[in-house]
Design a protein around this ligand. Structure first.
Ligand code: S3P
Length: 423
């Protein structure tokens, strides 16, 4: 599907964004291995999270998805062997996290996914899970299709070479099945939804700075979970409302966990006008409304410890940088190369087609703010975050922008174009 985006004069209104993707995946997986009923409200019905539901169903979990609620009859820690291959679709989170659960199961499972998934590195989870005792075979020891036979696991001490919440969560899920404590050390803090949610379900995870101690459990207990709005989805409107003249937009009920709010810090540092109100804590997670008004942005350097706190928002930050005064330099973001597409390459290439002054570097991008783009025909590379970032670029461009393969937004944000139209 192609979509045509026209220039917009201002964005006004009150919106809600769909449920947080990371929290939705975790609620399905942790609810599945808990005992009793888990009810999830605000679940993200994006393709990735639906893949997680399908995989857990194949492992014998009874999951009912209706308009308002997801209801899981938890199977407890030990699942049923699947009689077919698990297909994770486009979802790296599904594959990496479920491997942690499968490492504790005394049977063999084969997993695969789409073309993009088959190119994404899995060595980063194969290594610690093998150290714990899982038997894993994969293409070139790094790529899906991947086969895992789990069983008795050993607690390990693991120093993660990269800050990755998917790797951390995978080890943490496996640690529930281990014979003793597992210690995980992160180079920088990455999103901590697994830690918060596992403790909600009765696990014993202790965090001291960048060291996480995970204790094995005999059971987890089903919970009622309310999924807040996804800040990674709100990010498109935070940037759009900052750069489209005369805008004033409020996004209600967004997760503002500090491990995710790098986008707010960056836009504020660039000179953005963002107000946070109506703060609450729901299921251990902070939630609030975010109001954004147009402002003049200036270029900044984005590097180091903040990168994991905004890794998924870098494509849209690149669009903000085009409409800022001066130069924005993004460094230490080499992880972007192994996302749904190589986001350094894809964003640089497509924004260049629209006339941006942007240079690809080894670990990021350099963007000179020129305050103008022209409409062009651009490619999403089937990467949802590229499609949505280019849509926001499109509303600021002169003339029409056509986005090819635009339907991939359904991976994380079904209804994205409707919300954009509403504003
Ligand atoms: C996620 C972690 C991040 C992020 C991804 C979701 C998660 O990936 O990019 O979209 O839910 O744990 P990495 O762990 O590879 O950094």
């Amino acid at each position: 599907m192609e979509i045509q985006i026209n220039a917009k004069k201002s964005l006004m209104g009150l919106i809600k964004v769909p449920g947080d993707k990371s929290i939705s995946h975790r609620a399905i997986m942790i609810g599945s291995i808990a005992e009793g009923i888990t009810e999830i409200e605000g679940f993200l019905r994006g393709q990735d999270c639906l893949s997680t539901i399908e995989c857990m169903r194949k492992l014998g979990v009874d999951i009912d998805l209706n308009e308002k609620l997801v209801k899981i009859k938890g199977k407890g820690l030990y699942l049923k062997e699947s009689n077919s291959i698990l297909d994770v679709g486009n979802s790296g989170t599904t594959l990496r996290l479920i491997m942690g659960i499968l490492a504790g199961q005394n049977f063999e499972t084969t997993l695969t996914g789409d073309e993009s998934i088959k190119k994404r590195p899995m060595g980063r989870i194969i290594k610690p899970l093998s150290m714990m005792g899982a038997d894993i075979k994969s293409r070139e020891n790094n790529f899906a299709p991947i086969r895992i036979r789990g069983g008795k696991l050993k607690g390990i001490n693991y120093k993660m070479p990269i800050a990755s919440a998917q790797v951390k969560s995978c080890i943490m899920l496996a640690s529930l099945y281990a014979d003793k404590k597992t210690l995980i050390e992160e180079p920088y803090p990455s999103r901590n939804h697994s830690e918060l949610m596992l403790n909600c379900f009765g696990a014993d995870i202790k965090v001291d700075k960048n060291i996480i101690s995970c204790y094995p459990v005999s059971k987890l207990y089903g919970q009622k979970i309310s999924v807040p709005g996804d800040i990674s989805s709100a990010a498109y409107f935070i940037v759009a409302s900052s750069i489209v003249p005369g805008s004033d937009v409020t996004i209600t009920g967004v997760n503002i966990n500090p491990t995710r709010t790098g986008i707010i810090d960056v836009i504020q540092k660039m000179g953005g006008n963002i107000k946070i109100s109506n703060r609450k804590i729901i299921n251990n997670e902070p939630v609030a409304d975010i109001t954004v008004k147009t402002s003049s942005l200036k270029g900044i350097e984005i590097s180091g410890e903040i990168i994991p706190r905004l890794i998924d928002e870098i494509p849209i930050i690149a669009v903000a940088a085009v409409f800022a005064d001066g130069t924005t330099v993004i460094k230490n973001a080499e992880e972007l190369k192994v996302k749904e597409s190589n986001r350094i390459k894809t964003m640089t290439r497509e924004l260049k087609k629209m006339g941006a002054d942007i240079i690809e570097t080894e670990d990021g991008m350099i963007i000179n703010g020129t305050h103008c783009l022209s409409g062009a025909e651009v490619e999403s590379y089937n990467d949802h975050r590229v499609a949505m970032s280019l849509s926001i670029a499109g509303i600021m461009a002169e003339g029409k922008t056509i986005i090819k393969n635009a339907e991939c937004v359904d991976i994380s944000y079904p209804g994205f174009y409707d919300t954009l139209n509403k504003l």
